[in-house]
Design a binder for this molecule. Structure first.
Ligand code: NAP
Length: 257
């Protein structure tokens, strides 16, 4: 994919990996639009990157998702790249006597339904562009899920399957489907969930984005970052052993909080 002269929407571009992506794409001479729920975070990103556009949007809300698409198409008709990056990471204890179904619904909406809906809503427009891409940020946990966050795992596995099926169906169009599978990255999102110091091997958002930009310029369909490369191979050789090790490591970090 060309990494210059695009018009790019990055969902959740006000923090973590999304903000680092926004910086990298602005530096590489692209028009960048970011969205998120918190106006202050959007304003802080814009103070740092005056050339970006921002739009407040809660992707958990159907009306706001549809308003975002209408707004982007009206104000940035050259839009040719959608980066489905916004995500949340919620624990669910399956041994509990009751469940927060609103939270489960929110997890599945933000991490699975919203990226699919945005992809489908923008697709007819993207198919008219000479070059276009939908970039879905899933997770290395696609290969070996964290038992503490079952519905995050469900959502990311769904994004993996959607990326594969969309890539196949769109193979004869100008729309490229890319999936990015990051390992643990030291972001506000990860720090809310786990003690990153206890993990020790979390990458920085900047290192992560450097690998994403390299993978995009090399035309990769699936960009496995850092330890995701190892997990991809190891989970195929010894899936049960690897899943046990992954969960032991995550639980150690979770319990250290
Ligand atoms: N960090 C990791 O270790 C890691 C590893 C593998 C994959 N990933 C994936 O990488 C992506 C980015 O993760 P991150 O760690 O950078 O996240 P983060 O630090 O928590 O940032 C999340 C971004 O998404 C926005 N967001 C969250 N909920 C939203 C909603 N309902 N509507 C609109 N925007 C929303 C946040 O802004 P507001 O709060 O203002 O809405 C923020 O800009 C996610 O898809 C995550 O699953 C992360």
């Amino acid at each position: 994919m060309k990494c210059k002269d695009n018009t790019i929407l990055i969902t959740g571009g006000s923090a973590g990996i999304g903000l680092a992506l926004a910086k990298a794409f602005v530096e590489a001479q692209n028009q960048v639009i970011i969205c998120g729920r918190n106006e202050e975070k959007l304003a802080a990103a814009q103070a740092d990157l005056p050339d970006i556009a921002t739009k407040r949007c809660d992707l958990a809300q159907k009306s706001e998702r549809s308003e975002l698409v209408t707004w982007v198409l009206a104000h940035y008709p050259a839009i040719n790249v959608i980066i489905n990056n916004a995500g949340i990471f919620e624990e669910t204890d399956l041994l509990s006597d009751s469940f927060d179904f609103d939270l489960i619904d929110q997890q599945l909406t933000v991490d699975l339904n919203a990226p699919i809906e945005l992809a489908l809503r923008f697709l007819p427009h993207l198919r008219q562009q000479t070059q276009a891409a939908i970039i879905n940020i899933s997770s290395a946990l696609v290969y070996s899920p964290d038992a503490g966050t079952p519905f995050y795992g469900v959502a990311k596995a769904g994004i993996h399957a959607f990326s594969q099926t969309a890539r196949y169906q769109l193979k004869d169009t100008h729309v490229k489907i890319v999936e990015v599978l990051p390992p643990r990255v030291d972001t506000p999102g990860l720090n809310n969930a786990l003690d990153a110091d206890q993990i020790g091997d979390a990458m920085t958002p900047e290192e992560t984005v450097e690998e994403i930009m390299k993978g995009l310029s090399e035309g990769k369909d699936e960009i496995r970052i850092g330890q995701a490369k190892w997990l991809y191979i190891a989970s195929r050789i010894a899936p049960a052993f690897v899943n046990k090790k992954v969960n032991e490591q995550i639980n150690k970090a979770r319990n250290a909080q």
